[in-house]
Design a protein around this ligand. Structure first.
Ligand code: BGC
Ligand code: CA
Length: 350
């Protein structure tokens, strides 16, 4: 409620500034205030919740923007139609810039049209629209990370672990029997991460035997279910679990725990993200490794871009790829360096 009132005040303010700019709404905001609307696909997503918290802190801490920034967040509950409506509401409430994590990354046209009609720039994040859609309008941007890199790094981590710990090949047949837990089909990170992790392991000379692959939509509970099915089919043959994200790696571990497997009988698990729970599992040596999806870096880049897109200032300092993309690098995390990823260490690294 309170948020709504603030946004309504913002609407009046933007309108009064707007009416002074009869020539159009290029940079219509008062320099000391900006209103940012964030729309994301689903509030059950662990990584995105952490990412959005970082973004809010970033906007509010006053380093990126020394005025007053108001951030309003909407969760679409995995429905594109709901997100389209939320974006309309955010624009009607006077948002100066939108940060959109699409539900369906191939279906941004309605959002782009409304934003263009109102001349409100959009920064898509984490769920990357296809290239043609990004060309629909010049005030569209994307902030994310390179899926291929995360897959390669996961493969490298797994290859190193297998070389260092020959006992991972529990049946000693010289091959690693593995399963994959995949994110949503159609998400740029799912297929690309899997392909690159597996190819990297092969390129590193690790012989692999794929036992199974299950889609668990980034979700811990779904991953637990899928893993229970895989265990019942393959019993203790599974030596390696490659998960497209940490939540699914943790769900796989939950399945083994539920079945009371002893530690010695567990496969090696690898995730991607370095969420709080993911890093905790690395610290406890339950997760052999993860790949850090740099939410702090991405959130800082999105904040900087949001301010530049609204005020028109600072755009020249941003290093884009192809004029509208910002990709932050991933980092490998194992038990050896996980202490660099405590909250304090990350904030001092920035
Ligand atoms: C993250 C996942 C997350 C997904 C949501 C991916 O980049 O690794 O944890 O669920 O984005 O779009
Ligand atoms: Ca084996």
């Amino acid at each position: 409620m309170r948020g709504k009132r603030i946004m309504a005040a913002g609407l009046l303010l933007s309108m009064s500034v707007l009416s002074l700019c009869a020539c159009g709404r290029q940079y219509p905001v008062a320099e000391d205030k900006i209103y940012v609307g964030v729309a994301y696909y689903d509030k059950s997503d662990t990584f995105l919740n952490e990412f959005i918290t970082c973004f809010q802190k970033e906007m509010e801490k006053g380093e990126t923007f020394d005025g007053n920034a108001t951030v309003t967040v909407r969760d679409a509950g995995s429905l594109q139609q709901t997100q389209d409506d939320q974006v309309k509401e955010l624009i009607n409430a006077g948002c100066d810039v939108l940060c959109v994590n699409l539900v369906n990354r191939t279906d941004p046209s309605e959002i782009i049209n409304i934003a263009r009609e109102n001349d409100v720039p959009i920064i898509f994040f984490n769920r990357e629209p296809v290239a043609e859609d990004m060309l629909q309008w010049e005030r569209l941007y994307y902030v994310g990370a390179d899926a291929r890199q995360s897959g390669v790094m996961q493969g490298e981590l797994a290859a190193e672990a297998i070389r260092e710990n020959p006992q991972i090949d529990r049946n000693r047949d010289g091959k690693i029997q593995y399963v994959v837990l995949e994110g949503e089909p159609g998400h740029q990170d799912s297929i690309i991460r899997t392909e690159n992790a597996v190819n990297t392991l092969k390129n590193k000379g690790i012989e692999l035997e794929k036992l199974s692959c299950g889609i668990a939509n980034w979700n811990r509970a779904q991953a637990q279910n899928r893993m229970m099915q895989m265990i019942s089919r393959h019993q203790n043959k599974i030596e390696l679990v490659l998960a497209n994200n940490d939540d699914m790696a943790l769900g796989a571990m939950d399945a083994y725990q539920k079945l009371n497997y002893t530690e010695a009988a567990l496969p090696a698990f690898f995730g991607i993200d370095g969420t709080d729970v993911g890093l905790e599992a690395v610290r406890e040596a339950k997760l052999s490794g993860t790949v850090y999806n740099d939410k702090e870096g991405q959130a800082a880049a999105m904040a900087q871009l949001a301010v530049a897109a609204v005020t028109g200032k600072g755009m020249e300092k941003i290093r884009f790829q192809d004029g509208k993309y910002i990709y932050l690098p991933y980092y490998k995390v194992t038990g050896d360096n996980v202490s660099d990823y405590s909250e304090e260490s990350i904030s001092t690294l920035q």
